[in-house]
Design a protein around this ligand. Structure first.
Ligand SMILES: [Zn+2]
Length: 413
């Protein structure tokens, strides 16, 4: 267990925060610091074809040790951390034999990780937790995933009696800013399918995510002195308001769950002359997703019609862009790749928790690039903030799952 803790800590103490405002890849030069360390480590543990490209994408191979043909599988995680909270000077706290009570992360600032708010903690009584010191995020997302993949490969190298096919591993920068899959060379990776190790609690197995689009609606207006405005002024803010009110009630992130889709207005700015509403559209169901986009067009059209005479041209302009799609469409035709992961979990004593992701993953983008890629738990909780923690036992379980998947893929049929 100490080996896993040491490895994990060696990753999280290197700051790899990504930056959405950067146009380079990796988005921050500091991501190279961990990337180059990982390359050396992969070579040291005995992996082959260890490569890193000019954008810091790392790939490596564990060759097959069976003399018959089996599919090549891959495991993928990301080494950047979220820009939502600082990842500089992470000072991990190791809490052995967690007693189920409050964990004081920082007594000076009175920052407490408590099961009163974070009930998931109670599942981990008696286990070893790694937490922050209350001033940074931890980076278990997704350095737990990297720890698991590296340790599983090391274990397979040290245990040649475990039979497996060719395994490819891939570590990416910039997942947290939605670009982890952008420069991922699926052909070079050369796997039949892969798994991202990037979920939360033990047992999570995900192969459905949202279909996603973003919309920006610009409303124009006409500014006139308020004292002389009758029949002349058009206040674009009021039209934007009309638009928002025309969206279906109850279909917001805070009022939906499971497979329920939503519209989420996340930006609003305005003056009399011009107002802009930005929203995201999410739905697991492709037909409903298309209907949601059509509704935006319909409301916009209606507003344009209403103001056609007074304004003379279109008063509202909607730009809608698709962002990503539900990987289910690409994974269902090869459902056995989910079944293998499910079986692997059961065989190592984990109850699989299969549920739809209310978001996207790099795996969904990779699935559409031709690499079907469900997501498996990495073990951490409360990502992207100071309450982030990971039980070491969960990392161990994920390692066992990786090893078992490798084994199950290489059973002679
Ligand atoms: Zn992640």
């Amino acid at each position: 267990m100490q080996h896993i803790i040491d490895r994990f800590i060696s990753y999280v103490t290197i700051d790899t925060e990504s930056d959405p405002n950067s146009t380079t890849t990796p988005s921050t030069p500091k991501q190279w610091n961990l990337a180059t360390q990982l390359v050396e480590e992969l070579k040291t543990i005995g992996l082959q074809d260890v490569t890193i490209d000019d954008k810091a994408y790392i790939m490596a191979t564990l060759p097959s040790n069976v003399d018959f043909k089996v599919p090549t599988i891959g495991f993928i995680s990301h080494f950047d951390t979220s820009p939502d909270f600082t990842g500089a000077n992470v000072n991990p706290q190791v809490i052995p034999n967690y007693d189920g009570g409050d964990i004081v992360l920082n007594s000076d600032k009175n920052i407490v990780l408590s099961p009163k708010y974070f009930k998931d903690l109670l599942q981990y009584r008696g286990q070893t937790l790694i937490t922050t010191d209350g001033t940074t995020l931890l980076g278990a997302d997704d350095k737990a995933g990297i720890t698991e993949i590296v340790t599983a490969m090391e274990y397979l190298i040290q245990h040649p009696e475990i039979k497996h096919g060719k395994i490819r591993i891939g570590f990416t920068p910039d997942e947290e800013i939605g670009r982890g899959a952008h420069h991922f060379d699926v052909d070079q990776f050369g796997a039949d399918w892969a798994y991202t190790m990037d979920g939360s609690q033990v047992g999570e197995l995900e192969y459905e995510n949202f279909n996603a689009a973003g919309a920006k609606i610009t409303f124009k207006g006409k500014s006139v002195h308020p004292g002389y405005a009758k029949g002349k002024m058009i206040n674009s803010m009021l039209i934007a308001n009309e638009f928002i009110n025309a969206l279906p009630k109850g279909e917001t992130p805070e009022e939906t769950r499971g497979y329920e889709g939503f519209f989420h207005v996340h930006h609003l700015s305005g003056s009399i002359e011009e107002s802009v509403v930005e929203l995201i559209i999410r739905d697991h169901n492709k037909t409903k997703f298309e209907k949601r986009k059509a509704l935006i067009e319909k409301i916009t059209k209606k507003i344009n019609k209403k103001f056609a005479k007074q304004f003379g041209e279109n008063i509202a302009i909607a730009e809608i862009n698709d962002q990503y799609y539900n990987m289910k469409e690409k994974v269902l035709p090869v459902k056995h790749i989910v079944d293998i992961a499910e079986q692997a979990m059961k065989e190592v004593g984990i109850k699989p928790l299969i549920k739809p992701i209310r978001g996207g993953t790099d795996g969904s983008q990779l699935s559409y690039k031709g690499l079907p890629c469900p997501n498996i738990f990495a073990g951490g909780h409360n990502f992207h903030g100071k309450y982030e923690y990971v039980p070491v036992e969960s990392i161990q379980k994920a390692i066992e799952v990786i090893v078992k998947i490798a084994e199950l893929t290489a059973i002679r049929k």
